[in-house]
Design a protein around this ligand. Sequence first.
Ligand code: PLP
Length: 467
Amino acid sequence: MSDARSRIPSIDALLSSPEAGAMMADVGREQVTNAFRTAVSDMRSAIARRDPSLAGFVEDPAWYVQRASAVLSAAAVPGLRRVINATGVVLHTNLGRAPLADEALEAMRSTAMYSNLEFDLAEGVRGSRYAHCVQLLRDLTGADDALVVNNAAGALVLSMSTVGMGSGVAVSRGELVEIGGGFRIPEVIERSGASLVEVGSTNRTRPVDYEAVVESGEATAILKVHRSNFRMTGFTEEASVGDLVDIGARHGVPVVHDLGSGLMVPAETLGLPEEPRASASIAAGADAVVVSGDKLMGGPQAGVIVGRAELIERMRKNPLCRALRVDKVTLAGLEATLRLYLDPERVVSRIPSLRMLAEDEDALRAVAEEVAGMLEARGITCEVVPTRGAVGGGTYPGCELSSWAVQLAGPRGAQALARELRTGAPPVVGRIVEDRLRLDVRTLLPGEHELVAGRILEAFTSSGSET
Ligand SMILES: *Cc1c(COP(=O)(O)O)cnc(C)c1O
């Protein structure tokens, strides 16, 4: 055994091969050296295990080169990487929510270098990062002013801290919701330095309930939270934004509306049921409206606050704003996304998540059939089935999107196939339904259906050779 080990080539010898030279040109000497150390260590273990399969390669430099290059390829795969979404959930939070428009990507790429983030080009003096996107948001929502921060959860914390610090914020008991990931309205309010003043009951809250706590001075602000991620039906009643604005105006307290979803086009243009929009809350007189950049707005992760200029200015001056500061790349992507809304006739076709939501069922069926055709031509059995997806991102609860999928069993079962598709390059994520892997085509980006077919073919061929 010790004899076999002594026949392993030295690291120096391995590093002097032309193949090693090519690898070093790529990733540098240190990583190549470490990769050969791994190869040598693997060979030592194989000898110790008396593994016969490697016995013939102990002295073969080509084996070490191949092993080292496999180690380097594995290490080169980024931790965070692109995934093909075949789940049918358009704003899949675990898969990064909204896929961005080309225009947004281009803007993000160019501003990732130097930009006029905080520089006034006309005057040659310091500018403000908070000046970007403001005019667009004013035009699109009708608000006087706007502020962009890191995400909507942060925007809500900032709003509550600004209007409620050291005093009470009135919220309906029917709106003390968990937004997701343990982010709960009562805790957000407490952490913002405000105290929660609960009004009404779980199912019914009337304007007089708010009026009572505002009149008594218990609450100096009102928060309305859109129930974006669940539905309440039956014996229910709630105060409208307009009702709250009346109360707020009479008593001089601000009304903040946390809308979340960020829908910017009429819902019917996406074939979806009505969902409140920021422009409607602003028109109804809300002092501030909070929406997310990466839900139905279809942009990068961001929190957008639109509202009355004096209140937005106080938020900008709140020290918390600095902690929630938005990045230049995000601002560029958001601005480019918002700009697309200036052309209402084309915005749906240009923002990928909106296009997916609006996609016609027959077109989806045709894509599923095209994928199935490519697979069947190679002898792979599959089915094209109707399926149901979702909007996702905690929006449109209970609303299903009728779609089409390619469904297959896989040579070693659906779970094994799903795993193989997830772990290869690019990863493809589908759903298991009744022991079949179901790949919904609604959430595929242009050209991805061919990649999916390719990955499935690969999975079938590799398992064919193993069994
Ligand atoms: C999603 C949501 C938020 C949080 O938005 P993020 O962008 O995820 O931070 C806040 N409020 C409501 C009502 C939401 O639906």
